[in-house]
Design a protein. Structure first.
Lengths: 198, 216
């Protein structure tokens, strides 16, 4: 942990967080750009993707078998997505270290994607050639794609993604393309059909 | 037991008990107890209580017969109407906070999303039952027709279970639990119907045989 904290100076980033289930919140995270870690690791040119894995202990987490998804939780990013300066490796929030339920001790925060992409409690990061499997995609591939960028024009099969409820508010507000981070990330997806690559 | 079931005070007590879920929500509302997403909390809580009251309502007839407690009938209408009451709250949290009272948007959502469609269908099925729940309507429709209409509760309960099953993200234990309860209660009715039909058939046969018996 001490070594992770030495990779780069910690900074506070205030991001919008949009859950795939249509609620949202603004969170002051603490961490540094994931790209700092990538530069340190120096992956070979063969590495096109990053695969992440969460901590899982069935003895300590007995409810896991009822969750309807397989554990350990796994996620992934394309290397250029992981290198984007917005992609954060986070160790804290609200000025404190991360609480367990928010992904202690280290988690990812990818603010232009639905919340489930921001994998918590990391134990393994792997640079690889092929697109890694991701937990929710394995559970329901028609509902959750690999990219899962926030997109008000592509509805979840069971509910609309056009609006979201900011926690603490009664009525819903419009959801923004890429959760409002289009200026920084839209170029990653030039020429891609985001209706197909949801 | 009979005295307890027929007392007018029991009805008052049951009525007050049925208001506890609403009281709980109001209390939590004033004590910051509705969690981070209060609208969702109210939707999930009222949704749970709709299914519970539907199951309780469907329990009345089997319990009357199985435990020989005919007076339970006094509570059936109240329980059914409380299911509808919590359904109205459930529907209002959808129409208001979710759809911003925009009826056009609501219709599109109802048409587009199967889990909303089937939930809305349950609402449409229970609406006429609530409206015709009075003694006056039983008289106007006639007992037979009224009873036939009120069998719509079977389909409303099935719709409610499907709505819940399609809504959850992955853990289907609770929807399956309610599904099993509703299935048991409906299968009991099916069994009862077959039993009555068999008995009815033998009763009809009996008079034909009787004249053939010279000892009569």
């Amino acid at each position: 942990m001490d070594e992770i904290l030495k990779i780069a100076p910690l900074e506070e980033r205030i991001y919008r967080h949009r859950c795939v289930e249509a609620w949202s919140i603004v969170v002051p995270w603490i961490g540094f750009s994931f790209s700092n870690l990538v530069k340190l690791v120096e992956p070979t040119p063969k590495a096109q993707f990053v695969a992440f894995q969460s901590y899982y202990d069935s003895g300590q987490m007995p409810q896991g078998r009822w969750a309807g998804i397989n554990f350990p939780y796994v996620e992934g990013l394309r290397l250029d997505e992981a290198m984007n300066p917005l992609t954060l490796l986070s160790v804290g929030m609200y000025g404190e270290t991360l609480p367990n339920q928010d992904g202690a001790p280290v988690r990812m925060v990818i603010p232009w994607k639905y919340g489930f992409k921001s994998i918590k409690s990391l134990v393994k990061i792997k640079f690889q050639k092929n697109m890694p499997p991701t937990t929710w995609n394995l559970a329901a591939s028609n509902e959750y794609g690999f990219y899962s960028n926030v997109n008000p024009n592509v509805d979840h099969p069971r509910w609309s993604q056009a609006k979201e409820r900011r926690l603490g508010e009664i009525f819903k507000r419009a959801t923004l393309m890429f959760n409002g981070y289009g200026d920084q990330v839209a170029s990653l997806y030039n020429g891609m059909d985001l209706k197909k690559n949801y | 037991m009979r005295a307890l079931l027929t007392s007018k005070w029991t009805k008052v007590v049951v009525f007050l008990l049925c208001l506890i879920p609403l009281g709980g929500l109001v209390w939590r509302g004033f004590h910051n107890g509705l969690g981070a997403n209060p609208v969702e909390y109210i939707q999930l809580t009222t949704g749970d209580w709709i299914l519970r009251f539907l199951v309780l309502t469907l329990c009345i007839t089997p319990f009357r017969k199985l435990f020989n407690l005919p007076d339970l009938i006094r509570f059936r209408r109240m329980l059914g109407l409380f299911a509808f009451f919590y359904l109205c709250l459930h529907f209002l949290t959808y129409l208001g906070p979710d759809q911003s009272f925009d009826l056009g948007g609501m219709w599109k959502d109802v048409a587009k999303r199967p889990f909303i469609t089937v939930g809305f269908l349950g609402f449409l099925l229970l609406l006429p039952l609530a409206l015709t729940s009075t003694a006056g309507w039983i008289r106007r429709l006639g007992g037979k027709r009224w009873q036939a209409l009120h069998r719509a509760i079977y389909f409303a309960a099935i719709a409610g279970v499907i709505h819940y099953y399609w809504k959850v993200k992955s853990d289907v234990r609770m929807p399956l639990f309610y599904g099993a309860l509703v299935a048991t209660l409906l299968l009991w009715r099916l069994g009862d119907w077959f039993r009555k039909r068999r008995e009815g058939a033998s009763v009809k046969l009996a008079p034909q045989r009787m004249p053939a018996n010279p000892a009569q």
